[in-house]
Design a protein around this ligand. Structure first.
Ligand code: PLP
Length: 356
């Protein structure tokens, strides 16, 4: 049976990414060797890294003065690297959920953290509005897409201080104005590659100003100078990332991805608003994530939750169980998820409704 993969991360990758990576596992760039067993200093692998960096710059229209890095340690390492490198004394954070909280926890190792607003009062089911970012902070950090709670910030914020974003689960889903940011980071395993690599886009001018010693591996400058090859990079993850980037380009780039993503999300949210058995978790349509769509059984129908999970399974639907902190269901609708999979889920919800 065809599987419809709604996992939140690691998550669906394009067929192109999987096929091309599988080929390179057996024979990489005509070397007769696997991409897993070739020196990262070989000209063949250097070409992979160079092309991946160039394609990120092209697809996201990264302006002059920025570096694109592929680092290890996931987005979670960035929670620490960002303040280590960019915080002098004080930083502002927006708390929109579990990932924001983890970022805040790490930042506190390096200085004072001002939490400008939080949506904890409603289990993070909305995006706080109208908050003020103090002018005396070294930067403002926010999480653009809240993978667990299903909210998303679609506009690049206008602030008077340097801006940092964790875009792990919505990078490449829509165009972004990179020039507004000093730093953007994203774990690869949602919209780019298998786990093992994080994408970092950093403004060169922002580095070297924190006024503290930084251990070599945690210093962005090390990786800028080393072209993401100060030490051995996760070669296969970078190779797979390159395939996904090529696929995005073939598909018409990031604007085309955005159009598809909006259409896909609308099909599911429309059904959630219509279906008597299910409700979207995020009430305000303006805050509803286009990448992670959280929903629950309507009041009084909670006892049908396990039945629906099992029923969905018979249709090939995989990975829709909600995160343990929210419960219910979560359909992750990343770039590589075809519209057909959304349709299968919506049809399953309709059929389930007619039976109950
Ligand atoms: C998945 C995720 C992370 C954590 O990524 P790791 O690579 O596992 O460290 C951080 N932030 C957001 C928004 C995420 O979705």
């Amino acid at each position: 049976m065809k599987k419809h993969n709604f996992y939140a991360g690691p998550s669906i990758l394009s067929e192109f990414t999987k096929e091309e990576t599988a080929k390179a596992v057996m024979d990489f760039a005509g070397t007769g060797l696997s991409v897993m067993e070739v020196s990262h200093r070989s000209k063949e692998f250097q070409a992979v890294m160079d092309e991946a960096v160039a394609l990120v710059k092209e697809l996201l229209e990264v302006p002059e003065g920025y570096e694109v890095l592929f680092l290890q340690g996931g987005a979670s390492m960035q929670f620490c690297m960002a303040p280590f490198n960019l915080m002098k004394k004080k930083a502002a954070y927006l708390n929109t959920g579990a990932w924001s909280k983890k970022a805040i926890k790490e930042a506190k190792f390096f200085g004072e953290v001002v939490e400008v607003a939080s949506s904890a009062d409603a289990n993070f089911n909305y995006i706080p509005k109208g908050y003020k970012v103090p002018s005396d902070v070294d930067y403002f950090h926010y999480t653009s897409n809240n993978t667990i709670f299903g909210t998303e910030i679609f506009e690049d914020p206008d602030v008077d201080v340097p801006l940092i974003a964790d875009m792990s689960s919505d990078i490449f889903s829509r165009p972004i104005d990179i020039s507004k940011y000093d730093l953007i980071y994203a774990g690869a395993q949602k919209n780019l590659a298998p786990a093992g690599v994080a994408l970092v886009i950093v403004k060169k001018d922002a580095l070297g100003k924190a006024g503290r010693e930084i251990p070599t591996m945690l210093n962005y400058q090390t990786h800028v100078d080393g072209g993401s090859m100060f030490n051995t990079p996760p070669c296969i993850a970078v190779y797979a990332a390159l395939q996904t980037l090529k696929w995005y380009k073939q598909r018409g780039g990031i604007a085309a991805m955005q159009k598809d993503n909006i259409e896909k999300a609308k099909i599911l949210y429309d059904e959630l608003d219509r279906n008597k058995l299910f409700n979207a978790v995020v009430p305000d349509p303006a805050d509803r994530s286009v990448m992670n769509i959280c929903f629950v059984m309507t009041e009084g129908k909670e006892n049908l939750q396990d039945d629906f999970l099992a029923f969905a399974g018979t249709k090939g639907i995989v990975g829709i169980k909600g995160h343990r902190s929210v419960g219910g269901f979560r359909a992750s609708t990343y770039n590589a998820l075809p519209k057909e999979s959304i349709q299968v889920l919506v049809d399953a919800m309709k059929e389930f409704e007619s039976k109950h």
